[in-house]
Design a protein around this ligand. Structure first.
Ligand SMILES: [Zn+2]
Length: 290
């Protein structure tokens, strides 16, 4: 359930001066660059051979079958098309063989300049990287990773930073619950190559990236040190660093350690930026102490 304020709705009339609501934003069509990829992988669990289920530590000798990627869903931000690939549909013996996914994954990562993923820094990107190197692929061209989980932890004291909670409260696309195969059953049935389970996995995996994209776009104006989207505009002129929009509102000046700069708020995403040029004369700056 989204908790956005509606246009014109404010907590108190006295607080309204200069306050910009998300409802007042004017989205614009952005230039095609950079390519921002939202991605989410689902993995097969490690099959471990153990003697008991409680307080058991495993060595690598006890691995029956190692983990692998089962499927991935991906989407370019701002485009409608959803990309999904799975290891299923070829019989249970091939479900844990993810070689079939590697060319597609590599090409997507290679084409992206920015990759967005929930828990992507710790999980998805490193998992993808390992499977790629294992399959004998060279590195894809460098990407900048935006992890909605770590950014959320930095920025907000939300009760939970999990996608299920954040997407329910900050987007209109809550995470799917895969009710037909609840919990671990979905993975067990996919490993048996059950087509109904794969259909559910596909739905679940795709829903995750739709939720992640919405969450990312809602959070983006708050993210500090977001890659500067304005830098991708080959022509001169001011773009919002967060979203690339040219609809900027000059709000005044911002004073840093010694320099004074023009300050802007984006009318498309609400993010803040400043000009690069120092507006106070050099002689004035030179007279300051730091
Ligand atoms: Zn913006």
């Amino acid at each position: 359930m989204s908790t956005k304020l509606r246009k014109g709705e404010l907590l108190h009339p006295d607080q309204s001066r200069g306050v910009m609501l998300e409802a007042d934003l004017e989205p614009v069509r952005m230039p095609p660059a950079p390519r921002i990829l939202v991605i989410d992988i689902e993995t097969a669990p490690i099959e471990l051979l153990g003697w008991k289920i409680w307080e058991e530590n495993f060595s690598v000798d006890q691995i029956g079958q190692d983990w692998s990627i089962l499927s991935y869903a991906a989407k370019w931000v701002g485009e409608r098309k959803v990309i999904f690939e799975q290891t299923g549909g070829r019989g249970a013996a091939k479900v844990r063989n993810d070689d079939i996914l590697m060319p597609g994954l590599w090409r997507l990562m290679n084409e992206a300049q920015i990759v967005v993923a929930q828990n992507g820094k710790r999980f998805d990107i490193r998992k993808i990287n390992y499977r790629l190197i294992r399959a004998g692929l060279t590195p894809y061209s460098p990407v900048r990773v935006i992890d909605t989980l770590t950014e959320s932890r930095k920025l907000f004291a939300a009760t939970s930073h999990k996608l299920a909670y954040m997407s329910e409260h900050l987007t209109d696309t809550p995470k799917d619950k895969h009710k037909r195969f609840p919990g671990f059953e979905l993975w067990l049935e996919c490993l048996k190559d059950n087509p109904a389970a794969w259909a559910e996995m596909r739905k679940y995996n795709i829903r995750d990236i739709l939720a992640t994209e919405k969450l990312y776009l809602r959070m983006r104006p708050w993210i500090a040190n977001h890659p500067n989207l304005g830098a991708y505009n080959k022509e001169a002129g001011g773009n919002c660093p967060k979203c690339g929009s040219v609809k900027l509102r000059h709000t005044g000046h911002i004073t840093m350690q010694v320099g004074v700069y023009a300050e802007y708020q984006c009318r498309s995403c609400g993010g803040w930026s400043r000009g690069k040029e120092m507006l106070n004369p050099k002689a004035v700056r030179a007279s300051k102490m730091v």
